[in-house]
Design a protein around this ligand. Structure first.
Ligand code: IMP
Length: 425
């Protein structure tokens, strides 16, 4: 069976844990978009793995991990992750494949990300500063792009980097009055990466087509969340890739028709990092309470996440967009202790009620939420193993989400560990 797992909110929904669980029955796990801006956490016994580029299936030693063409790869981060896993006794030898068509994030991309954000002042996007936007921009622009395949041909790469760095130096000096960069230094770093990673660089589309023919079980792992999708999210406060399941085809060459189940992941509430509208945000003691209980601080940047109520208008939209068959609802345990809980049912925008999520950030920032209110629960859920044993208030909450979103919730997260998950049916 082939399954695609993707976030339905603004990222950080708990996809890492869901992918880790599903990877047990998968032969291959594929990352198809984003880059080191992602932060997927997997907790096994007392070991905490925070992965940014490596597919979360990496922690299962028998699983092949594919970083497909849609990912922007920062080889420095990837090598740190390979070493970090090796220190914990997990080898990636012979089971990590990186697409030759994936684009490389270089130092000048990260520099540009930081310089541009600084220059934007109060209009900044609040990026992770991992060079994601500038690298995707070079991909689309074509003339100044470096792909993983280029790491295999040092002579041509040297020439290419000289041209690119000369161009970037002119640009950065004119726009940001920045000091020039040295193409030679960047080239030397690339040579180190080439030595360490060349053996992993292949045509991943060809590999995946053969795997599909051989009826392997493939798990596709989305990064970020659908509300950060470049085309359908809250533009311009989005990431620079198609972070919804719509990124699957362009991101790895596999058609959506090859996928049996699209599984959307949500938190039982909502979080967002960076700027942009967030209709259900609770910038008050409730938001702080959720942040403290849920340890809502970014895996990649450590920034405090903005927290708020579950937004069924947004998730109904992203579930439809992603062709979602089932939902995994994570962090239900975090909400224990609140007297009542709210779920946003509709928006009121410019005096009119609407059930449709407006992608436009301006319109969305004028949305007032119309809420359903349900009773909370105080019980500790972290030791519960069966759906039947959950408090009635939890079941009512889940049923309300299912009714408003129109998709069944089949997995429920009740704690950070691999084992703290409840399967329904
Ligand atoms: P970028 O992807 O670094 O360009 O950041 C663009 C926006 O996406 C910012 O608001 C980031 O906070 C957000 N973002 C990027 N990656 C993630 C993620 O993995 N989780 C949550 N937010 C993210």
């Amino acid at each position: 069976m082939n399954c695609c797992v993707a976030g339905l909110q603004w990222g950080d929904e708990g996809k890492g844990k869901v992918v880790d669980i599903l990877a047990e029955k998968s032969d291959i796990v594929v990352r198809y978009g984003g880059g080191a801006n992602a932060g997927h956490t997997v907790i096994i016994d007392d070991n905490r793995f925070a992965l940014h580029l490596m597919p979360s299936g990496a922690v299962r030693p028998g699983t092949v991990c594919v970083i497909a063409n849609g990912v922007v790869v920062d080889p420095g981060v990837l090598l740190e992750e390979i070493d970090g896993l090796a220190e914990k006794g997990i080898s990636m030898e012979g089971r990590l494949l990186i697409s030759e068509n994936a684009h490389v994030v270089l130092d000048y991309h990260k520099r540009e990300d930081r310089l541009r954000e600084e220059s934007l002042g109060k209009h900044k996007i609040g990026t992770t500063a991992r060079g994601i936007g500038p690298c995707y921009a070079d991909k689309v622009g074509r003339c100044y792009a470096v792909r993983m395949a280029d790491l295999r041909n040092p002579a041509a790469l040297r020439e290419k980097l000289e041209d690119i760095v000369a161009y970037k130096n002119k640009l950065f000096a004119a726009l940001y009055n920045a000091a020039p960069m040295d193409a030679g230094e960047i080239f030397e770093t690339c040579c180190r990466w080439s030595e360490a990673l060349s053996g992993h660089i292949v045509n991943t589309t060809e590999y995946l087509f053969s795997a599909l023919d051989a009826k392997k079980n493939i798990l596709f792992e989305g990064a970020q969340g659908a509300l950060l999708d470049l085309d359908h999210g809250t533009f311009p406060y989005v990431t620079s890739s198609n972070a919804s399941t719509l990124g699957l085809g362009p991101g790895c060459g596999v058609s959506a028709t090859a996928v049996d189940v699209f599984l959307g992941v949500v938190k039982a509430y909502t979080t967002r990092v960076g700027a942009g509208p967030f209709p259900t945000e609770q910038d008050n003691e409730i938001g702080q309470w959720i942040r403290d209980r849920g340890h809502e601080y970014g895996t990649t940047t450590g920034r405090p996440r903005r927290c708020g109520w579950f937004d069924a208008v947004a998730v109904r939209f992203t579930a439809r967009l992603g062709g979602i068959h089932q939902i995994a609802m994570m962090h239900l345990d975090t909400l224990a202790g609140l007297k009542e809980l709210k779920i946003c049912r509709t928006y009121r925008i410019d005096g009119k009620e609407t059930t449709f999520f407006p992608g436009d950030a301006g319109r969305l920032s004028r949305a007032e939420c119309v809420y359903e209110t349900v009773a909370g629960w105080s019980e500790d859920l972290t030791r519960i193993e069966r759906y039947a044993d959950l408090p009635d208030a939890v079941k009512t909450y889940v049923a309300m989400v299912e009714r408003l979103v129109g998709v069944p919730v089949t997995l429920l997260g009740v704690g950070p560990k691999r084992t703290q998950i409840i399967y329904r049916d």
